[in-house]
Design a protein around this ligand. Structure first.
Ligand SMILES: C[S@@+](CC[C@H](N)C(=O)[O-])C[C@H]1O[C@@H](n2cnc3c(N)ncnc32)[C@H](O)[C@@H]1O
Length: 403
């Protein structure tokens, strides 16, 4: 994925046959490969290259940054200072909407939820401001994937980011004060979107969800986490109750994996605090859990956790990108109202609701192991093997008080 020639356009260069790229390279004294790199990654040259390029093109550093859409502190300060002069010029600009703009129709309903077919941007435009308690969005990752909906998943970088900003802006508008917005994406895209989100919301966490999502690439670190951005509208979350997790034990002998030394009796019997690194979310690969082909279905466990954390029963959850309907299923089972949307076929989602009982069993099996330092099965096995439990360390510390 690359940008659409913003750098070349800014300096008046045309690549390809009949273009002036190699001529410019010679006159500037900057190799063609490096010019191509600045163009493809939309990176502003620095150091000697910057001097050479601005001299050869006659384009100033500020114009270069403006035309490449890279606004740094100095430029922003200048724009703030001359806002009144600039505003009339900006108002001439017609905003471009990249979304396909299909109509949205209500196609499926449950006691708690409504599922629409169509473009989420259209649906969002019709939704009331400040009406949603939690938004969870798992958009396409722009990885040239073939979706059943045949959407274009190979946009130029800046187009993809603009598109994300369009629907995110509407998601923010419909969010209630104190409501939570979760954005699931590759770290590369979420990093690029934080600046926009920071303009409207309050940052809570960058949650690293430990799932390997790609094969190792030479000269790179092995990509092993998805990013889950967690923001709220306003200064305080209206709801926040994070689950507590069981202590990690050896799956074979049930013994401790870490040394808790003298702190055993200080451990909260309800479990350990949830951190911003989640290592217990399974990828959905197993046929038993998988609802549709392709790898873009999230685990019910992930949705259970965020819905639990940021909503109460009866609250409204909105997910603009239905996919296989994981968010809607989790919301329904957890007695939250939900609004959903999917541009592609809906049968995967509607069929899934026919299997709601088995989905409930899966969800219950996750919840059974939460909010206890040692879930029942583990506690019994530790007791049997004479390994400490919350009860045993408490008894010991009490007995230490008496002879
Ligand atoms: C990554 S998947 C979501 C997977 C989902 N979280 C799950 O667990 O099954 C993204 C989905 O968004 C849908 N989509 C893409 N563009 C859309 C749009 N503008 N409006 C609504 N849905 C869209 C795609 O068809 C795809 O099914």
């Amino acid at each position: 994925m690359s940008y659409s020639d913003q750098f070349f356009k800014a300096i008046g260069v045309q690549a390809g046959r009949g273009g002036n790229l190699s001529q410019f390279s010679k006159s500037a004294g900057v190799p063609v490969d490096r010019l191509k790199f600045y163009n493809q990654s939309n990176v502003i040259p620095s150091g000697k290259d910057l001097k050479l390029i601005t001299k050869a093109s006659g384009v100033s550093e500020s114009i270069l940054k403006l035309k490449m859409g890279r606004l740094d502190k100095d430029l922003l300060e200048a724009i703030q200072e001359y806002a009144n002069e600039i505003a009339p010029l900006i108002s001439k600009h017609e905003p471009t909407i990249e979304s396909p703009q299909t109509e949205c129709t209500l196609e499926f309903q449950t006691k708690l939820g409504k599922l629409y077919k169509g473009d989420c941007y259209t649906l969002l435009k019709s939704m009331r401001s400040d009406s949603i308690d939690m938004v969870f969005a798992d958009p396409p990752f722009n990885l040239s994937k073939l979706y059943p909906s045949e959407i274009d998943d190979n946009l130029k970088t800046e187009k993809y980011l603009h598109w994300c900003q369009e629907w995110l802006y509407e998601c923010i508008r419909v969010l209630k004060p104190g409501g939570a917005l979760y954005l699931w994406n590759l770290p590369k895209w979420n990093a690029a979107l934080t600046n926009f989100l920071e303009s409207y919301l309050t940052f809570r966490n960058w949650i690293g969800v430990d799932i390997k999502y790609s094969l190792p690439i030479a000269n790179r670190l092995y990509p092993s986490h998805y990013s889950l951005l967690y923001y709220i509208k306003g200064d305080k979350p209206k709801t926040f109750h994070a689950d507590r997790l069981p202590m990690q034990v050896c799956p074979k002998c049930y013994g401790d994996i870490k040394d808790y030394g003298g702190y055993k009796d200080k451990m909260n019997p309800k479990g350990v605090n949830l951190t911003d690194i989640w290592t217990d979310i399974p990828p959905v690969r197993h046929a038993k859990y998988k609802r549709r082909d392709g790898s873009n279905e999230l685990s019910l466990k992930l949705l259970d956790r965020v819905i639990e954390m940021s909503t109460d029963k009866g609250d409204v959850v909105f997910d603009p990108f239905g996919g296989s309907g994981t968010t809607y299923m989790a919301a329904e089972l957890k007695k939250r109202k939900w609004i959903g949307c999917e541009i592609g076929p809906l049968d995967v989602i509607t069929d899934r609701f026919e299997l709601i009982d088995s989905e409930k069993d899966i969800l219950d099996s996750y919840r059974d192991k939460l909010n206890a330092l040692f879930p029942e099965n583990i506690r019994k096995n530790r007791e049997k093997r004479g390994i400490w439990t919350c009860e045993s360390v408490r008894k010991v510390s009490q007995s230490e008080l008496f002879d």
